[in-house]
Write a protein of this length. Structure first.
Length: 119
């Protein structure tokens, strides 16, 4: 399984970015895909997730109403649309996946992509 994240960058507060995560190596129909982030000096936190088949989503409170997670099954890609970005959103963002039939722990990880929001 490979997860390839991209789309990070530098943006001003109030701006938008879209992160992409291309998944390959197997069928992901029973998987949940998640976006995590890790700010400097802080732990890694789950901010959004989506089930590949049903499209059921989860958001942490700090991003609700600003971020949207989605997936394109044909492209095996999960997106994180980030709007109204704030300086506190600055972090390294990671995509991850786990098989919902076998575990609740995220078992596959992509490389991080840096998001920097300037004030």
């Amino acid at each position: 399984v490979q997860l390839q994240a991209s789309g990070g960058g530098l943006v001003q507060a109030g701006g938008s970015l879209r992160l992409s995560c291309v998944a390959s190596g197997r069928s992901f129909s029973s998987y949940r895909m998640g976006w995590f982030r890790q700010a400097p000096g802080k732990g890694r936190e789950l901010i959004a997730s989506i089930t590949w088949s049903e499209g059921n989503t989860y958001y942490t409170d700090s991003v609700k109403g600003r971020f949207t997670i989605s997936r394109d099954n044909a492209k095996n890609t999960v997106y994180l649309q980030m709007n109204s970005l704030k300086p506190e959103d600055t972090a390294v963002y990671y995509c991850a996946a786990h098989n919902t039939l076998t575990t609740v722990r995220y078992e596959y990880w992509g490389q991080g992509t840096q998001v920097t929001v300037s004030s």
